[in-house]
Design a protein around this ligand. Sequence first.
Ligand SMILES: [Fe+2]
Ligand SMILES: [Fe+2]
Length: 188
Amino acid sequence: MIKRTSKANKGRGSLESGMEDQSSNMNNDLHQLFLEELADIYNAEQQLTKALPKMAKAAESDELRSGFEQHLEETREHASRLEQIAEQLGESIKRKTCQAMKGLIEEGEDIMKEEKDSSALDAALIAAAQKVEHYEIATYGTLATWAEQMGHSQAVELLRETLQEEKATDEKLTQLAESTANQKAQSE
Ligand SMILES: [Fe+2]
Ligand SMILES: [Fe+2]
């Protein structure tokens, strides 16, 4: 019985060391991927700090305008959290253009021009902003999961904090759409 156990342990031991090699490769690849995605979302947040004031200026309703202004402050904080994460890991954030955010912002700008004199302008702004929030939610959810898998607990905490703020913003936009913008667009 004892013999069998020790044999089993030995067998499992060699299997484990094989798995360790694989998992350290996996950790390394995941680490690189994490840094790529960190650079991507950092650039996305920077693009947003430029786009949000324009969206706030375009908004018809005071509530939507102040919503955008508040999220601009949060967005700046999101970028600085990403810097903190990189610093904690002894890394620096690479320069990268987030093409997805670029596209979302361009679409938002187009729709702002098209709906400029329309009563549906706020509805259009909310739609554009929610697409942005959903992109951020997907990215922060992914980053938090990867950070957890790699045992970067401080990063997990910061990423989840941002994730919650993106989700709250998305919900607030839904409420604004339901309460004002969509009704206004329908009534005129
Ligand atoms: Fe953000
Ligand atoms: Fe956001």
